[in-house]
Ligand binder design. Structure first.
Ligand SMILES: *[C@@H]1O[C@H](CO)[C@@H](O)[C@H](O)[C@H]1NC(C)=O
Ligand SMILES: *[C@@H]1O[C@H](CO)[C@@H](O)[C@H](O)[C@H]1NC(C)=O
Ligand SMILES: *[C@@H]1O[C@H](CO)[C@@H](O)[C@H](O)[C@H]1NC(C)=O
Ligand SMILES: *[C@@H]1O[C@H](CO)[C@@H](O)[C@H](O)[C@H]1NC(C)=O
Ligand SMILES: *[C@@H]1O[C@H](CO)[C@@H](O)[C@H](O)[C@H]1NC(C)=O
Length: 433
């Protein structure tokens, strides 16, 4: 090793280990019973080592300033540019000054009572505000006493989270539940006595200040099977910002329906600091007038709106269709314009779902009216293979020998092999009556 490098390296090491954590704040509040120190800030390593005369003075109230020396109190220790208290007590409150040649530094020390009923003292907390989803880090460190500390515990609201670590630490993305008081308690021994130093962080988690585009949960169009005379509750829930609103809209051209009630909105904050709202529309004693009309729920914000619709359909109808579809090998849909209500549309969609998604049955579409006349035709029907679409051509198709009936027969399943077994064909025909 090059001998000339050695002094420089040593100098840097000393600088790092001693120059940090001097006491720069002129006004200091500290809790009684803890080890504490004051350190002059312009202390060079040379000053530290040299035998330059260094003096510490204390004055309190009307008292004359007195020079401190190790005999002043058994709790006080003087180490060059550092004045140590083992521990600091209420009587240590006062003004302190350090003098070395013509350098000087002053502090005002206020020693406060310890809260004996808590693991920390409220007046001695460091507050931090962290936004939800942002990085939250809590590190227990004490550079001055580092070498003396032999264990550190981290508490949250006075409940122990981590213990006996040298430097307990929390690193995570902040959630609302993280809010609270985090206390780092460092335990150290000095002259055979056990001391502790507590540092508490008051962590406040605030919601994400950026706005989201609000959304209603669930499908955009909902068919709800109901029985006449019964009640139904339509639940509309949304993920939204605090100031966004959720409301119901439905045709009221015949005046207010006394059987329709909007229930009180319920809001819960999500762990991301957004809101989950739900608002129920209660329809009592369902009548014919409540069927096949749209009940719309909307969430609105400055960032946009979202709407979903509910349609009440008669339960007999629905169950019957389902049970028929269950037993079928083919679903024949007859498109006719006059009967294309919302109710039928629902039947059509639920049948198509079974047929196309669960692939139990094949679909045959009979166009009594050309399909192009239907604006709302379900996408799945538009994609149907052309040989599965039969066009009814008035008089031409009437005869049993017509192309229409031949094609239909061809698309039907083969006859059951074993007669007598219950495999009779059931053909639900959704057409005008
Ligand atoms: C902790 O922070 C919250 C929010 O900033 C504040 O309301 C509360 O008073 C603080 N607690 C203490 C003990 O300082
Ligand atoms: C802490 O320090 C004390 C006194 O020096 C010693 O007896 C004890 O074993 C130390 N504990 C740990 C975990 O280092
Ligand atoms: C820390 O020290 C104080 C005063 O000496 C004592 O009252 C308190 O109980 C100690 N805290 C813990 C966690 O040991
Ligand atoms: C409405 O639905 C949401 C979730 O979709 C649920 O959290 C809420 O409890 C429901 N409200 C009522 C009144 O049923
Ligand atoms: C309900 O919503 C649909 C689709 O957005 C819209 O066409 C209809 O006019 C709305 N009805 C009412 C009563 O708001």
């Amino acid at each position: 090793m090059n001998c000339r490098e050695l002094p420089l390296t040593l100098w840097v090491l000393i600088f790092v280990s001693t120059a940090e954590s001097c006491t720069s704040r002129p006004h200091i509040t500290v809790v009684e019973g803890e080890p504490f120190y004051l350190k002059y800030c312009s202390c060079s390593p040379a000053h530290e080592i040299e035998t330059t005369t260094k003096s510490w003075y204390k004055s309190s109230g009307s008292q004359e300033r007195v020079e401190l020396n190790p005999r002043s109190s058994s709790r006080i220790a003087l180490h060059g540019c550092v004045l140590e208290f083992w521990p600091v007590e209420l009587s240590d409150t006062g003004s302190y000054s350090f003098q070395m040649e013509n350098y000087t530094q002053k502090w005002k020390l206020n020693v406060i009572r310890r809260n004996k009923h808590s693991c920390f003292t409220e007046r001695q907390v460091t507050s931090k505000t962290v936004e939800v989803k942002k990085f939250l880090q809590i590190t227990c460190e004490n550079s001055h006493y580092q070498t003396l500390v032999n264990s550190t515990s981290l508490y949250k609201n006075c409940k122990k989270l981590l213990e006996n670590n040298k430097n307990p630490m929390i690193k995570k993305n902040a959630e609302l539940e993280d809010q609270g008081y985090y206390s780092c308690v460092h335990f150290l021994h000095h002259n055979g006595k056990l001391f502790n130093i507590t540092k508490t962080f008051n962590i406040t988690i605030v919601e994400d200040r950026s706005n989201i585009v609000p959304v209603l949960l669930g499908p955009k169009l909902n068919h709800v099977a109901v029985e006449l005379g019964k009640d139904v509750r339509l639940n509309c829930s949304a993920l939204l910002n605090e100031e966004d609103v959720v409301y119901w809209m439905f045709g009221e051209e015949n005046g207010l329906d006394p059987n329709i009630h909007e229930e009180k909105e319920i809001r819960i904050m999500t762990s991301e600091g957004k809101w989950h709202a739900s608002k129920v529309l209660r329809i009592e004693n369902i009548g014919e007038n409540n069927l096949n009309v749209l009940y719309n729920c909307t969430v609105a914000s400055t960032g946009g709106t979202d709407t979903k619709s509910f349609i009440l359909v008669r339960k007999a109808v629905v169950d019957e269709i389902h049970s028929l579809i269950e037993k079928s090998r083919r679903l024949i849909i007859v498109l006719s314009k006059s009967y294309m209500s919302n109710e039928v549309r629902y039947e059509l969609e639920s049948g198509l779902h079974e047929a196309l998604v669960e692939r139990k049955i094949k679909v045959i579409l009979i166009e009594f009216t050309p399909a192009t006349d239907f604006t709302f035709l379900p996408q799945s029907l538009k994609l149907l293979k052309s040989h599965r679409v039969l066009k009814w051509k008035a008089d031409k198709s009437l005869s049993y020998n017509s192309r229409f009936w031949k094609n239909l027969l061809y698309l039907m399943p083969a006859k059951a092999v074993k007669p007598g077994r219950d495999e009779s064909e059931v053909l639900p025909v959704l057409s005008e009556s």
